[in-house]
Ligand binder design. Structure first.
Ligand code: WTA
Length: 656
């Protein structure tokens, strides 16, 4: 691992001095006020288990109440609320029917402009019908179901229906390629795939069924049913023994389906994410603990009230779309917005026009979107009535102070608190974030851990870093209910990735961070071989494996390079078989390799830069000098010792 512990963050000291306190009006009406926060923190510190047990009893509906809170017998494979029984879908839908049955659950807008609105009762009916349709095909508790869909209400219906019958869903982002889809289906051993003919994105049609057909053409033998939603109406192939139209499957199904009451620890879903090896890992979450985290943080951090219209722009293919679209806000009885398409279609005002039209009050998005929209200027948002907005959120990567200030000034009109929320696929729910009615925010800092979250920063020896501004490893000292339980089918990798570094004493997030004098956390970035491109996690090794799978490529090394909008971009150094290509040949191979990676992994992993070299810089022991490659990609001076370099002459080639 190449990582300097004292790497200064980009923010200057001056920026850190800027503070934004919530208005007196916001603070007075907030769900969590200063005294509440104090009380929560005190309880959590005094007895964390009792703290979580109390919340789990108060917030979740149990079929059978648990008697044991935390089971640490197989630590660090922690288990929570072990002998309790519940159903996640029941907790998101049925609980609201009596009092909020007619309240809007989902306000949907498709990219072409079509709109739909589903009340809690209607959503419940749709979920039950689809759950019954799955049951009719023999799908039930413990079966893995892969969901590969556009951002339409049926994506949430499919997830909730799985939860209802105890099936374990694994959502694969619609932007991933057929090959990535196949890998995930095979790793999960899924028997059912739920997809659509396609989806609308940026004025184009994303052909999901065609990609699914390709994935299933060779391998994926465990799949016996494919449900296909008609979305775009484009012609597709249906295989009669395997493929069923969604509308046919639900046509005769009842709109009620008894929930399957499962153990608290029953797996709710798998979600594949990139790590530091070539293979993505299936992060496994459990039912009760996950739901508790998603629901509580929806209310605490987003201050959800009955009349709010909450829009988290994340796709359900990412964890943010799980916790803050499909589960948390529904468990909290909120009205959510779902939008199918690109933020810039038909123009860069789309997000703001949706906010105006649907009366969005809480808006949660990623820094990469904020930066892209900021670049388009202040005029676009100025054309829309954003006066209903009262709270803004950011997630997925560090937000630079400039983007933060623009968000605050131009979108929030200097009136809305901004919650910068740090968390991960693995943590299940927000871990470090402001409480909007209490915490004074600083642009670029995710501020302080939520009650019950024992986050710390430690040095190489595992000692707490107490010097302000000194960097270290971000760790979590105590287990929390919404934590991942394991990596699907590979517990050894779970132990090695998150726990080995400090002899299982705490969870290692894989990020570096530092704390300022006020104890505020500032995330500095990943410390492993993971890139964060436009808020999406990409493993450098995954991209390297994809590149070397190309017949012309002998070796590849991928690093990140800072990018104005995407945060980081993919920079690949490539060694070819045969002569190093130059000129036109190099340009044409570059086009070919970019298309190749798109096909192997998906467009998000496509390298922005490809540089050809005769060899990669390696130490005498054969390790690729990634830090050197990063410095060259950034156009920085090389400061490290290159005397151990096998072939020092290579530096000029790397510089291009
Ligand atoms: C990064 C997304 C800075 C971090 C929810 C983390 C952030 C990774 C923030 C997880 C934030 C997420 N500030 N960095 N507010 N939020 N990250 O699993 O590096 O897709 O480890 O989960 O994103 O990405 P993931």
């Amino acid at each position: 691992m190449i990582f300097t512990m004292n790497t200064p963050v980009v923010e200057s000291v001056l920026d850190e001095q800027r503070r934004f306190a919530p208005s007196a009006e916001f603070a007075a009406a907030a769900r969590v006020r200063a005294a509440d926060l104090e009380a929560l923190r005190t309880q959590a510190a005094a007895d964390p288990e009792a703290f979580w047990a109390g919340l789990a009893r108060a917030e979740l509906g149990w079929r059978k109440l648990f008697t044991r809170t935390l089971d640490a017998t197989e630590a660090p494979n922690f288990r929570w609320f072990v002998d309790g029984e519940l159903n996640v879908s029941w907790n998101c839908l049925d609980v609201h029917l009596a009092e909020r049955g007619h309240k809007t659950a989902i306000l949907f807008e498709g990219e072409p402009g079509d709109r739909r609105c589903l009340t809690y009762r209607e959503l419940h009916g749709e979920v039950c019908r689809f759950a019954n349709a799955m049951k009719a095909r023999g799908i039930g508790r413990g079966d893995r179901v892969v969901i590969y869909m556009p951002m339409v209400p049926e994506a949430v219906v499919a997830m909730q229906a799985c939860a209802r019958i105890g099936a374990i869903h694994s959502v694969v982002f619609g932007g991933f390629s057929a090959i990535s889809l196949k890998e995930r289906i095979e790793d999960a051993g899924a028997r059912c795939l739920i997809t659509a003919d396609g989806g609308h994105r940026g004025g184009n049609v994303v052909e999901l069924k065609a990609a699914a057909d390709k994935a299933l053409a060779d391998g994926c033998d465990t799949i016996d049913t494919v449900f296909v939603l008609r979305r775009t109406g484009a012609p597709i192939q249906m295989r009669v023994d395997r493929d069923v139209w969604w509308h046919d499957a639900i046509a005769l199904q009842a709109d009620d389906c008894a929930p399957d009451w499962v153990d608290a620890e029953h797996p709710l879903f798998l979600l594949y994410t990139s790590g530091s090896t070539g293979r993505p890992k299936g992060i496994q979450h459990a039912s009760a603990g996950y739901l508790l985290g998603a629901k509580l943080t929806s209310r605490w951090v987003f201050d959800l009230r009955d009349d709010d219209v909450f829009w988290c722009t994340a796709d359900v293919g990412w964890v943010t779309g799980h916790s803050y679209v499909a589960y948390g806000p529904l468990a909290a009885g909120a009205t959510i917005v779902m939008y199918e398409g690109a933020p810039t279609f038909p123009d860069g005002g789309r997000f703001w026009s949706i906010c105006e039209r649907l009366g969005v009050t809480i808006f949660y998005t990623a820094p990469t979107a904020i930066r892209a929209l900021m670049k388009l200027g202040d005029d676009l948002p100025a054309q829309y009535d954003l006066s209903k907005l009262r709270l803004l959120g950011s997630v997925g990567e560090p937000i630079n102070p400039e983007a933060w200030m623009w968000y605050h000034r131009v979108i929030g009109r200097e009136r809305c608190p901004i919650v910068d929320t740090w968390w991960q696929t693995e943590t299940g729910a927000i871990m470090i974030a402001p409480l909007p009615g209490v915490t004074s925010t600083k642009p670029g800092s995710c501020t302080q851990p939520l009650p019950g979250v024992f986050a710390d920063i430690v040095d190489e020896d595992g000692h707490s870093v107490t010097t302000p501004e000194a960097g270290g490893y971000l760790v979590i000292r105590k287990p929390w209910p919404s934590m991942l339980r394991t990596i699907w089918g590979d517990n050894a990798r779970y132990l090695a990735t998150y726990w080995e570094k400090f002899q299982q004493r705490f969870y290692v997030a894989g990020d570096s961070a530092h704390r300022d004098r006020d104890g505020f956390f500032w995330i500095m970035g990943r410390i492993d071989d993971v890139l964060n491109v436009a808020g999406h996690r990409l493993g450098t090794m995954e991209i390297e494996s994809a590149l070397v799978a190309h017949p012309r490529i002998a070796e590849a090394a991928v690093v990140g390079r800072p990018h104005e909008i995407k945060g980081e971009s993919v920079f690949a150094y490539v060694v070819c078989r045969g002569a190093r290509p130059v000129g036109d040949e190099a340009a044409s191979l570059t086009r070919e390799l970019r298309a190749w990676v798109t096909e192997q992994l998906g467009a998000i992993a496509k390298p922005d830069d490809i540089r050809y070299t005769d060899n990669l810089p390696k130490t005498r022991s054969g390790k690729i000098m990634r830090r050197l490659l990063r410095a060259v990609a950034r156009g920085e001076a090389i400061t490290q010792d290159i005397s151990t370099l096998e072939n020092p002459a290579i530096i000029d080639q790397l510089r291009g």
